[in-house]
Ligand binder design. Structure first.
Ligand code: DGL
Length: 282
């Protein structure tokens, strides 16, 4: 679905023949958004050991500057890959990918799969020619998005909206708390309120958090709107890049969080539903 969103890894000295069967796939996001990618990776590779790392101390990325995001992502992925020796890194975050993917690929010697807005499949799906793009504020302003729009949707109308409220809504839902209806309403109105918005029939969820609140968005936008996001395509790319490799899980899959503070029981239960049975600080 989102095969336009990934590029071949450049880890020049990475030697696939020496991969330990216990070497994990590392998924990285600012918070719980990457779990929507994890879900698809699990379907594709049920035996793969997975470590899910979330920079909760830096959450949300979407309201930060490019320099702040690039520094956090490059620094943390450097430390994480050194410590965990993953066979592949998946940056399960549109904001981090659209800003820092190239930079991280330049320095890390491991295959890296990124996540960028699924504009190409949306352009193929729309009947009315009007596409909504919901991302973080940082993502929707990226030149990367301009390039995708130019390349794949130049004959369509692309309505962008940076929706910080939806990140918190998704985080709350994952903690087992209620979703703020105002955040959902604002996002729907911000898209519908733009010129051509009444004809919008396809919405790109260009933040990995947003599929977690897709049901709420669907209710607010109406049944004529279809959603598309990159997770299934990312999982296919991860499977392609690890094809033929062996897996042996030696310990339960775990979540690593950079933030301080307790992880509630409700939160742990949700993480366990994604197969993340342990939670540690990083
Ligand atoms: N999940 C992230 C994304 O895909 C970002 C959320 C945030 O930290 O603002 O863009």
């Amino acid at each position: 679905m989102a095969s336009d969103t990934m590029r071949a890894p450049t880890g020049a000295t990475f030697n696939a023949a020496n991969i330990e069967p216990s070497a994990p796939i590392l998924l990285f996001d600012s918070g719980v958004g990457g779990l929507t990618v994890l879900e698809e990776v699990r379907k594709a590779l049920p035996d793969a050991p997975i470590i899910y790392a979330a920079d909760t101390a830096g959450l949300p990325y979407g309201t930060k500057t490019e320099a702040q995001i690039a520094a956090r992502v490059a620094g943390l992925l450097g430390r994480l890959t050194e410590r965990l020796r993953p066979r592949l890194v998946c940056i399960a975050c549109n904001t981090a990918s659209t800003i820092a993917l190239g930079m991280v690929r330049d320095v890390l010697e491991v295959p890296i799969v990124g996540t960028v807005p699924a504009i190409k499949p949306a352009a193929a799906m729309t009947r009315t020619g009007v596409i909504g793009l919901l991302g973080t504020e940082a993502t929707v302003r990226q030149a990367y998005v301009d390039r995708l729009a130019h390349e794949f949707a130049s004959d369509k109308r692309l309505l962008r909206y940076g929706a910080p409220g939806l990140v918190e809504a998704a985080e709350a839902k994952l903690r087992g708390e209620p979703v703020d209806p105002a955040a959902i309403r604002h996002a729907a109105e911000a898209l519908r309120g733009q010129p051509g918005g009444e004809r919008m029939d396809t919405v790109v969820l260009a933040c990995t958090h947003f599929p977690l609140v897709q049901a709420e968005l669907a209710e607010a936008l109406g049944s004529d709107v279809r959603f598309v996001h990159g997770a299934p395509g990312i999982a296919r790319q991860v499977a392609r890049l690890t094809a033929g490799q062996e897996y042996a899980r030696q310990r339960p899959d775990m979540a690593l969080f950079t933030g301080a503070g307790d992880v509630s029981d409700a939160h742990r239960t949700k993480l366990a539903q994604y197969g993340l049975l342990e939670v540690e600080r990083f």
